[in-house]
Ligand binder design. Structure first.
Ligand SMILES: *Cc1c(COP(=O)(O)O)cnc(C)c1O
Length: 365
């Protein structure tokens, strides 16, 4: 069976050389005589994997020395709770700010509310069905809040912030699940960056958290131990058994990106891929891109034909042609092509060729 082009939003494609390397080492890693899956997380072999993975991520994202890198279980959704618990647990006002630019941003906002924080939405684009990201200016950011949370790339709607909001002295927290490692980012303009790994980094099973050191130690005593960033930081992300195999796979992906030339090279590749698709979308009127120019994501490209039956037919026929998982999220319909780092240029070329053929042979009423 030949490999397909998998446009899934997550879990999603991994680089083929990474899968091949993992297959090679599947039963016997290095001179250990065992699989990474079978190793003690306290063994020297695994500690080496852990350290190398963290070192490579630090190099890749140019993470400054005053930031900790944590590997935590529970995916990005668990971080929705970790963010208020760790940053506002001891704040007298317990005031936390959110910009609601989509479904995941809204979930994060509601999680803080659920935990009893004074969770305030300062900007939303809900009335426009999240087809762009809000314009956030410093005067909108209450300076007595513990943080402002944004979702940097909105996976479902195919939008991304084209700028980093200025927040004064309020730390900026960003969910980067679907854009981490897709291009260089100035880590120092964020207090916290977190990301579930199953979009652009590894198989599912954990989140990466990059947190400025002075923001640690602000959780109250009732914070569950496993959700406490400081506990994770003090224990090198090994308070308990970490998701060893996922960490190992993340390490192979970081190595692959470094060998490809790092995040500048990734950005160039991603611009090339996304431009091919957006340029085609903008050049015709059979399909419509749903994200407004200026807010468009390089990772998730959303579009519609304007006819739900045709959209359905498109996804089915594309799938039969080896272009998988192009159906949009159930909350927006239409199509979504997730073209993360691992998607080759050739996959997008095939997609655009298919789109042209489909448009030519399926007239719209
Ligand atoms: C996928 C995704 C999530 C949810 O991730 P889980 O790891 O499944 O909890 C959260 N935020 C964004 C931006 C995502 O793309």
């Amino acid at each position: 069976m030949e490999r397909v082009f998998n446009f899934s939003a997550g879990p999603s494609m991994l680089p083929l050389p990474v899968l091949q390397k993992a297959a090679q080492e599947m039963t016997c890693h290095g001179s250990s005589g065992m699989s990474v899956m079978e190793m003690s997380h306290r063994s020297p072999e695994f500690e080496e994997i852990m350290e190398q993975t963290e070192r490579d991520l630090r190099m890749l994202l140019a993470v400054p020395d005053n930031y900790k890198i944590l590997f935590m279980q529970g995916g990005a959704s668990t971080q929705f709770a970790c963010v208020p618990l760790n940053l506002a647990g001891l704040a007298p006002s317990r005031k936390v700010l959110y910009a609601v630019s989509g479904n995941f941003a809204d979930k994060a906002y509601k999680e803080a509310q659920k935990l009893g924080f004074y969770s305030k939405c300062i900007a939303t684009t809900k009335d426009d069905n999240f087809d762009h990201v809000p314009a956030i200016t410093e005067d909108m950011v209450d300076q007595d809040a513990s943080y402002l949370h944004i979702c940097f790339n909105n996976t479902i709607y195919g939008t991304k912030y084209p700028y980093v909001p200025k927040t004064g002295r309020v730390p900026l927290v960003a969910d980067m699940s679907s854009c981490i490692a897709s291009e260089p980012v100035d880590v120092s303009s964020f207090g916290v960056i977190y990301a579930g790994v199953q979009k652009n980094v590894a198989p599912a099973g954990m989140a990466i958290v990059i947190v400025r050191e002075d923001l640690l130690g602000k959780s109250d005593e009732k914070t569950p131990t496993m959700l406490d960033w400081k506990v994770a930081a003090d224990n090198g992300s090994m308070y308990n058994t970490p998701p060893c195999f996922t960490i190992y796979m993340a390490g192979l992906v970081f190595r692959w990106i470094l060998e490809m030339g790092g995040l500048e090279a990734m950005r160039d590749r991603n611009i090339k891929k996304a431009s091919l698709l957006y340029d085609y979308l903008d050049s015709q009127d059979y399909y419509t891109a749903t994200a407004r120019p200026g807010s468009r994501s390089m990772m998730n490209v959303t579009f519609v034909t304007g006819d739900a039956d045709l959209d359905k037919k498109f996804a089915e026929e594309a799938s039969a042609a080896g272009l998988k998982n192009l159906k949009g999220h159930r909350s927006v319909g239409g199509m979504r092509a997730s073209i993360y780092n691992a998607m080759p240029y050739e996959g997008v070329e095939k997609l655009v060729a298919f789109m042209k053929e489909f448009a030519a042979s399926n007239s719209r009423n």
